[in-house]
Write a protein that binds this ligand. Structure first.
Ligand SMILES: [Zn+2]
Length: 143
């Protein structure tokens, strides 16, 4: 069995991964100008300030762009094809590269509403934030 690639972590990104383990999505916020940079930075890309704190976001956003992979980027992903790689724009502004899960690629469109979901990576103490289309109340979904 091949192991799934594990995202590298660092002192800078550990708060993001710790929050994901709790089922929470967090993004930095500049204490000087309010910008919400992502991925994590040591200094604000807007004003250069060094004071970036971590704050929760709603986990809601929209699809800014996406692509559908029909060949696995790594053998371990072969069972997940077609694999949707997307840029999701959070309602707070930051854009994240992520996977869209539990969706038919034929139903995808730019601008569609999505929400975060948290997927544990097998055999690793890590949880990966991914996104899935927002279900309307009363909808049963496709699972
Ligand atoms: Zn700033």
């Amino acid at each position: 069995m091949s192991a799934r690639p594990i995202p590298p972590t660092s002192e800078l990104t550990e708060p993001y991964w710790d929050a994901a383990r709790r089922g929470e999505l967090v993004v930095q916020r500049c204490e000087r100008c309010g910008q919400r940079p992502f991925p994590p930075r040591a200094h604000c890309p807007g004003c250069g300030g060094p004071s970036l704190s971590w704050a929760p976001v709603s986990g809601r956003g929209t699809v800014h762009s996406y692509t559908v992979a029909h060949r696995p980027p790594h053998p371990v992903f072969a069972a997940q094809l077609p694999l949707v790689v997307a840029i999701v724009e959070l309602e707070e502004g930051p854009r994240m590269v992520t996977n869209l899960v539990d969706c038919d690629p034929a139903d995808l469109e730019v601008g569609m509403a999505v929400e975060a979901r948290f997927e544990p990576i097998d055999d690793a103490d890590m949880v990966l934030p991914v996104f899935t289309p927002t279900r309307r109340p009363g909808s049963t979904g496709t699972a």
